[in-house]
Design a protein around this ligand. Sequence first.
Ligand code: FES
Length: 157
Amino acid sequence: MEPTATTVTAPPEVGTFQPKITAFVCNWCTYAGADLTGTSRIKYQPNVRVIRLPCTGRIDFMLLLKAFARGSDGIIVSGCHPNDCHYTSGNYHARRRWMVFRDLLDFAGIDLRRVTFAWVSAAEGAKWAELVDEVTSRVRELGPYREYRALTSAGIE
Ligand code: FES
């Protein structure tokens, strides 16, 4: 079931920057948590676009780069808490990859404040709303991410 559209708030003010946030979430925990946010009618910023993965163990460095290249201003990667992964250790693989991704992203000149890694369970609808609000506010302060898009439009990807 898709998170309901009735739970999102209207954009706060006309004319303010509305960042595009892409969230890569695992099917079993964070996606269900985001759905709970909707069914609980908890309000949160409407800037996030959710991409459901079977598990955060599926996350790949190129997915992050492609999201930025296609217009994202910020990224969330979120899955099950440690020991709760439905594939036993996918989230541990994701956590180890995140350690490497951070160095690669930093090397590529990507502002690490634009990428957030989190754990949100199926029972944490309120936490999902807080996470989205926090990331949206932070990225809004950083402004549009034009630098990476300028590189990719120049053919450097
Ligand atoms: Fe959620 Fe693996 S199934 S992180």
